[in-house]
Every structure is written in structure tokens, then in C-alpha cells.
Design a protein around this ligand. Structure first.
Ligand code: M6R
Length: 609
């Protein structure tokens, strides 16, 4: 929800923190701040608003130090304001803390601290950490933080420093991610990999219950009780250029255009064309395990749950097993029933979504076999699931998920094929047809992207509508859900998605000339059914835009606007149909002047409940 960055090293600390915060801004952007320490003591700058506001403020009134912490906030406790912005200080002003997550027992801690005459200045739960560290401080920041952690409950990533124990940053993790980049003579701490890559590819991923104490000599790792830990330092192969816009106006547009490569990269090394087989050994799901799986449960949130829906259809059609999709936020509180032969697939771009992680832990506690699909190497979900299939989408910076959706569908297709081949559920020829078509998808997506200008023109005509309906059936019902979500989250236009056949049960009452319908209607087994649904809309003066096969010459007689996509295997149409919907949402939002990459009220990674 929030972004934390910290730096100790020879570089000028404020620019390093600002650069890091810009890269973390997708996690929260309603206020930001930095604290630096050095010869001049502790200096703070906090603002309401984005990192750019912080940068401007610092340019007018520079502060200097040799090490520091920064924070970009997505409000949970206390509205966005300068006062509630991090870093937070103790009564003396000698200790500062930044925090991502929620301190669940902060009210009782606050009462206790108030009784001990600590003075609170903000509405945040974070401030209790600063006062706790103050309460326990006896000369060692490390020990004081450790004592504070012992009484804190909830999910948190915390960073602290104090001029009373100078030259040191202490960080701790229980829940939200925290990474420590270990460079040559410098250490950078961050909530994700992106700020670190500008300085070093060498990274330690803190686990829950672990701390790092960082000084000029580098990081030292312990558990919350103080026991030293030997951390593995991993080398990350992402290139820092991947997190630049590279000439695109927004990250979201760049990421939409990266989709052909994302499909190629996610397939790479996982297909054996000679054999017509997929290779899933990296997941630990060998043929014997796969053969024994009789049911799949797919758990996710948001866009990842839409990919899960596509996966459900793929698993049913290709692998011939029942598959259910569950919202992680609901499933974790259910009295769910899992058979011994069920495979639970958790899907999360960030690998850190609190609900998905909690659902994973709940199913694991029942002994279920689990597999994660995630884009974040060594994320919490990747580390805790029984097996992992990484989506090789590269960093996704736009808050609205686009390329990771496509990468997740690619990974799910591989899993469905793997299950099909292990169980002999579909013919080799049938599987080969899908595999061959999977490999043609990048080229077909490129073809759609080549027509982006036409979709931009369309956006001009439709940008002023206040409501949209998205319709799809069968494997494209989830694409309708995803198209509506994209439009809602970045343009703030009200959009609803329905399975075509549900229209007549209520939503059709909404149809009039003020509510256009975006229909996904490739030539598949439900084509005629969708045509009937569209006829019902036309009969009620509804305007229809249709994503349809480019060789469907008849569709123009039934709808107002045709958005052509190349024909493909019926099960793979979501890969193509979603692209014009992403572009449509993007261009409408951009034309309405919306903040496309950082839409209001949203954060990229939802690490709190
Ligand atoms: O990181 P995850 O895939 O677990 O995130 C799940 C959702 O929070 C995410 O897909 C969200 O819905 C995005 N805003 C979609 O664009």
C-alpha cells in the first residue's frame, strides 16, 4: 500500500530517495516524505500529494544528510495530509519511522503510550511505532526497534533511524515486502525491486520476522529475537531500463505494447515443439502429481481473478477437470472444502496481495497442494506456495494491470496443457493445435497494436459517455469483466460487465442511447447466442461496439462499430480480445486528462486487507 525506501552510501541521499520514491509511487501517492540525517542532525520534509510535490518542495528548501528514509503513502489510518505523511517522529524528534501496513493493536498501544505522557501529533497507526522505539530506547536503535516489534500486532514493514544512534537504519518485516539491495559500499532498502536496480542487482528478500541493521559496512540480518541470520543474496536479472517509459506517454501504454514479447517470454523454454508438450518441471508438478489432480481451485483478486476465470475455462476444456474461481478476500473466511486431490492455484502479479497471501496460507494449513502464478520473483506468495510458475512480464508500473493479465493467461494455458498431457485428457493433436496457436499470438497481438490509432479515434467519439456495458460469453465473459475494470479504474467511467445471457434477467433495463455496449463476439460456439443478445440491445436503441473476428463480414450489419481482431483458436480469443479493450480504456482516460498510471484511490499492490 505504501512505499518505503532507505539509503546509506556515498551518493547524495536525497536524490536517491526521491528517485526510489518515484519508482514506488504506484504503491501509494497521496502524500510523501523523506528524513535524512548527518552532521546537521535529523532533517525532515513531508508533503501532501505526489512525489513531484515533495521534489519541488525540496528544491526550494533543500535538506542534506548522509543517510535517510523515504515514504510514499496510501492512506489507511488518517486522511492524506502533510501531518499524517511519513516519516513520523517521536516526542523528542530524534527518532523517525516509516511504515507500510497496519498496526492492528495501535489503539491500545496509543492509550498505553499516552498514559506514559507520549504526545501524539497525527491520526496514523504508524506514530505509535516512533513512540514505542522512544520508550524502549536505551542507546541502541536495533534493540529499541526489536522491543517495539515484540508488542506490535498486524502486518508491517518498518524502517527506523535515530540521531541518538547515528549512521544506522533498522528495518523489519512482518507481512508487506521489504528488500535490501547490497551494493559496493552502499545499501538501499525498498518495498520492491525497482529502486534497487538503479544501484545494484544484488538483493536480499527479508522474510516475515526478519530485520536488517544497516550501516556503512553494509547490512546485518537477524530475526526479531536478535538471532543472526545468513541471508541469501540473489542476483536479479531485470534491467533498470525496463522501468523507464521509453518514449511512451504512460507506463500503461508501454506495457500494453509489451504484450507480444510478454507472451513470448512466458512461453520461452516451456514448450517442446517436437514432442508437442509443455514442460512444467520448474513448478515441481511432475507428471505423477499432475495425473492425480482431479479439481482446481483458482484464487486471486482483481485483474488476476479475471485471468483465473479464463484459466477455469481452459482447465475445463483442455484438462477436463472441474475448476472454480474464488475471490481471495472471500475464500479466506469461508468454511471451504478442499478434496485431497485438488490443486489450488493462487494468482497474483505482485505476489504480495494480502488477501491472496492469507488465502494461500489458509489452504496450505489444510494440507492442499498449491501452485503460484506470479510476476514477482521471491515475493511472499512465490516463496510460500508449494510450486511457482513465474510470468515473465517484467516490471509492471502502471497501476492498471495489462501485460501481467496476458502473462497470467499464458501461464494458465501452459498449466491446462500440462494437466491435459499428464492425464491424457485431450488428444495430442488437440493440444498441438493450442500450442501452435499460442506461438502465433504475439504476431496477432502486434497486428492489433498496429491499429491502435483507430481505437484512439474511437475513444474520441466515446470519451464523454458516463456509463458503459461490457458483454461477453464463455471464455470471453472474463474479458468483458476485465474491459469494464480497466475503464472504471483509469477513466472513472461507470462500467458494468455481464455474461451475454444474463442481460435479459435485469441489466437490459439499463439500455438506452446513453449507455453504449462493448461486446466481445469472436466466431466461437456462442457467436449466434451473442448475436441474439446484441439484437435485444439494438431493439432498445443501444449503441454497440463489437470486438469481432476480422474476417467476420456480417457483424457490421448488427452493430454500430466493429473493432477487428485476427481469428485464433477459440480458447485463446481472450488474448486478442482484451487488447483493444485495454487500448480503449487507456485512450479514453488519457483524453479525459486522468492520471492513467496512478488512478485515484488505487495502489498497485494491496498489501493490507
Ligand atoms: O498483485 P495482484 O495481481 O495480486 O493484484 C490484484 C489486484 O489488486 C489487481 O489486479 C488490481 O485489480 C489492479 N488494479 C487491476 O488493474
Amino acid at each position: 500500500m505504501c512505499g518505503i525506501v532507505g539509503y546509506i552510501g556515498p551518493k547524495s541521499v536525497v536524490p536517491v530517495l526521491i528517485d526510489g520514491l518515484k519508482k514506488l509511487e504506484y504503491r501509494g501517492y497521496d502524500s510523501a516524505g523523506v528524513a535524512v540525517a548527518g552532521a546537521a542532525g535529523l532533517r525532515l520534509c513531508r508533503v501532501q500529494g505526489k512525489v513531484a510535490v515533495l521534489e519541488e518542495t525540496l528544491a526550494k528548501s533543500p535538506i542534506e544528510g548522509t543517510y535517510g528514509l523515504g515514504h510514499t503513502r496510501w492512506a489507511t489510518h488518517g486522511r492524506p495530509s502533510e501531518r499524517n505523511a511519513h516519516p513520523h517522529v517521536d516526542c523528542s524528534g530524534d527518532i523517525v519511522v516509516v511504515h507500510n501496513g497496519i498496526i492492528e493493536n495501535y489503539l491500545s498501544l496509543k492509550t498505553m503510550l499516552r498514559d506514559e505522557k507520549h504526545e501524539f501529533r497525527t491520526e496514523t497507526d504508524t506514530e505509535v511505532i516512533a513512540h514505542l522505539v522512544e520508550k524502549f530506547f536505551k542507546g541502541s536503535l536495533e534493540e529499541a526497534v526489536r522491543a517495539a516489534l515484540a508488542v506490535m500486532e498486524g502486518a508491517f514493514a518498518v524502517g527506523a533511524m535515530s540521531v541518538k544512534d547515528p549512521g544506522r537504519i533498522v528495518v523489519a518485516k512482518m507481512g508487506p515486502p521489504l528488500l535490501v539491495g547490497v551494493g559496493e559500499g552502499e545499501t538501499i532498502v525498498s518495498s520492491d525491486i525497482n529502486p534497487i536496480l538503479a544501484h545494484t542487482p544484488h538483493v536480499a528478500f527479508l522474510e516475515d520476522g526478519e530485520m536488517a541493521v544497516i550501516d556503512a559496512a553494509g547490512p546485518r540480518f537477524t530475526d526479531f529475537k536478535g538471532k543472526p541470520i545468513e541471508k541469501k543474496i540473489e542476483k536479479i536479472l531485470w534491467n533498470p531500463l525496463m522501468i523507464e517509459k521509453q518514449g511512451f506517454k504512460h507506463f500503461m501504454l508501454k506495457e500494453i505494447f509489451e504484450q507480444p514479447q510478454v507472451v513470448r517470454d512466458t512461453l520461452m523454454g516451456r514448450l517442446s515443439l517436437d514432442q508437442g508438450e509443455v514442460l512444467l518441471d520448474e513448478t515441481g508438478l511432475g507428471p505423477d502429481v499432475l495425473r492425480g489432480i482431479r479439481r482446481a481451485v483458482l484464487i486471486a483478486c482483481g485483474t488476476s481473478s479475471h485471468a483465473a476465470y479464463v484459466g477455469k475455462y481452459l482447465l475445463e476444456s483442455l484438462a477436463g477437470i472441474p475448476a472454480d474461481v474464488e475471490f481471495a478476500s472471500e475464500y479466506r473466511y469461508r468454511d471451504f472444502i478442499l478434496e485431497r486431490d485438488a490443486l489450488v492455484i493462487v494468482i497474483s502479479q505482485s505476489g504480495e496481495t494480502a488477501d491472496t497471501l492469507a488465502a494461500l496460507r489458509a489452504v496450505k494449513s489444510r494440507g492442499a497442494a498449491t501452485l503460484a502464478i506470479t510476476n514477482a520473483v521471491s515475493s511472499s506468495i512465490a516463496r510460500e506456495a508449494g510450486g511457482v510458475l513465474y510470468t515473465h512480464a517484467g516490471p509492471e508500473i502502471g497501476v492498471a494491470a495489462t501485460k501481467t493479465f496476458t502473462a497470467q493467461m499464458t501461464a494458465l494455458t501452459l498449466i491446462a496443457l500440462g494437466l491435459a498431457q499428464a492425464k491424457g485428457a485431450s488428444s495430442r493433436e488437440g493440444r498441438l493445435e493450442v500450442i501452435e496457436e499460442l506461438q502465433r499470438l504475439p504476431h496477432k497481438i502486434e497486428k492489433i497494436l498496429g491499429r491502435a490509432a483507430a481505437i484512439e479515434d474511437l475513444a474520441k467519439d466515446f470519451m464523454s459517455f458516463s456509463h458503459f456495458l461490457f458483454l461477453g460469453r464463455w471464455v470471453n465473459f472474463p474479458v468483458a469483466l476485465e474491459g469494464a475494470l480497466k475503464l472504471k479504474e483509469i477513466s472513472y467511467i461507470h462500467a458494468e460487465a455481464y455474461a451475454g445471457g444474463e442481460m435479459k434477467h435485469g441489466p437490459i433495463a439499463l439500455i438506452d442511447e446513453k449507455m453504449p455496449t462493448m461486446a466481445i463476439i469472436p466466431k466461437d460456439r456462442v457467436y449466434d447466442k451473442m448475436l441474439s443478445n446484441l439484437a435485444e440491445i439494438k431493439a432498445r436503441s443501444g449503441c454497440i461496439l463489437a470486438v469481432a473476428d476480422e474476417d467476420d463480414k456480417a457483424i457490421g450489419d448488427h452493430v454500430d462499430v466493429v473493432i477487428p481482431i485476427p481469428a485464433t483458436h477459440p480458447l485463446l480469443t481472450p488474448f486478442l480480445a482484451v487488447v483493444p479493450l485495454q487500448l480503449f480504456a487507456y485512450y479514453i482516460a488519457a483524453k479525459r486528462g486522468a492520471d492513467v498510471d496512478q488512478p485515484r484511490n488505487l495502489a498497485k499492490s494491496v498489501t493490507v486487507e
